[in-house]
Write a protein that binds this ligand. Structure first.
Ligand SMILES: *Cc1c(COP(=O)(O)O)cnc(C)c1O
Length: 221
């Protein structure tokens, strides 16, 4: 717990410093604690310290962890990994926010669950084959399709630049996401991770998704 508290302090200090440099208020940037691969007890520890927003990548993994958790008042769970439309019902049951909507079909499937949900669109800004996400050229149509879904509230965009040790290399991707969000009147930007959160905040991030810097290295699943 003490290590986690220290790491949390460190991450919050980094966020505060990045906000100060960018002339932004700290209250504009939410910290999403990414708990994928870690056991449910880690979520409980993080909650006990005061963390409230949690990110998980896999529906199936969180389906196993959710029943092990006590009621955590005020906690919100975000799906930040790719969602197959055949798992959308399960995802709607388990999560408060789905950040990775990338097709109209998936949006309609989520909407059909009838649960009021916050969603974001994952945008694919790099040419990497393995990456999911909506092509920027298809973004206007997807925004329109989601806005037509009565149960979904579209709040913003999310992206994951190609991995690079040099955080500065992520900057153009973050800037592009900010421009796309502004063009569609979307206030939220989910971008920035352990190694590049400062650059993301400088480019307007409103939510940084942090795993390693809080919980340490993940074992390969
Ligand atoms: C794992 C993951 C993160 C957290 O990455 P770290 O480098 O451990 O901070 C953030 N976003 C997504 C989509 C992830 O899959």
């Amino acid at each position: 717990m003490d290590t986690l508290r220290d790491r949390w302090d460190e991450v919050q200090t980094r966020i505060a410093a990045a906000c100060a440099r960018a002339g932004r208020s700290e209250s504009e940037v939410l910290l999403l604690a990414v708990t994928k691969v870690f056991p449910a007890s880690v979520i409980e520890d993080a909650y006990a310290l005061g963390m409230r927003e949690f990110g998980e990548n896999y529906v199936q993994e969180f389906e196993g962890k959710r029943p092990q958790l006590p009621p955590l008042a005020g906690a919100r769970f975000h799906l930040i990994g790719h969602l197959q439309s055949n798992k959308s019902k399960k995802a709607a049951e388990l999560f408060d926010v789905v950040q990775t909507v990338d097709s109209a079909k998936l949006a309609r499937r989520l909407d059909e669950c009838g649960k009021p949900m916050e969603v974001m669109i994952e945008v694919k800004l790099s040419e990497e084959e393995a990456k999911h996400g909506c092509d920027p050229a298809e973004l206007p149509a997807l925004v329109e399709a989601i806005r037509a879904c009565p149960h979904l509230r579209l709040t913003g965009l999310m992206t994951m630049p190609p991995w690079d040790e040099d955080a500065e290399r992520a900057r153009p991707y973050f800037a592009r996401l900010r421009e796309l969000a502004a063009a569609h009147g979307l206030p939220r930007l989910s971008m920035g991770m352990s190694n590049d959160l400062e650059v993301a905040i400088a480019e307007g991030s409103t939510m940084v998704r942090v795993g390693t810097a809080l919980f340490g290295r993940r074992k390969k699943p």
